[in-house]
Design a protein around this ligand. Sequence first.
Ligand code: KIV
Length: 272
Amino acid sequence: MSVAKKQYKRVTTKSVVEMKNNGEKISMLTAYDYTMAKIVDGAGIDVILVGDSASNVMAGHETTLPITLDQMIYHASSVVRAITRALVVVDLPFGTYQSDPKEALRSAIRIMKESGGHAVKVEGGKEIKESIKRILNAGIPVMGHLGLTPQSIYKFGTYTVRAKEEEEADQLKEDAKMLEKAGCFAIVLEKVPAKLAKEVAESLTIPVIGIGAGNGVDGQVLVTHDMLGMTHEFNPRFLRRYLNMYEEMTNAIKQYSADVKSHDFPNEKEQY
Ligand code: KIV
């Protein structure tokens, strides 16, 4: 269905709720650096997520666990310098909000003050309720994240689809309601059955943004490096690749190397 789009000069947490109410799907992509953020923002993406997936994509770690608050602030401040329109949401990294609400608030304040991001994202449900409330009470917008929560990968053991069984699905629905009631402005739902995701999105007034959660939710998020095909080992079913940049970049770099070796680069016009 095509819906007439309201033009947003700047996307805010209020705008994304309005988009849901107007039936306009929300587009969200990751960025971790200035150059990529400039492209993503310039292309009109509504929400830029400075994801802790930077731990995998930027630093080559196997999981999202090692990335630090200082590193997230570095990535987020680079992104914030690039954007003119998108809402910038920054992941609170593992270990900075789970142990105690005061520490959660301190971490969120550092993100907001030192990076200039507009909101934080946290993974989990009832177990982090008090931390979420504390952050929200300080006037910092919070995006929730349920379903597959990569910071808990060692609890799950695998990256397979979550909440396929009734008990886990019921808990997820309860957690989603709790996040809405606590005051979160949106929720990411990762890798859960499409039917469940649709049910959750329809039961909430705040937007649900899916990744591997089907088309019945209010918006979609992907890791930009994956959808551009810069990464190529990661091939989940939910990923649509819009380019094969791995191949394009490899060919360009090979050509450059060949040009240097063959004395072709630089030519007369490319020198002073
Ligand atoms: O860190 C991240 O990139 C994320 C998305 C996959 C939602 O949390």
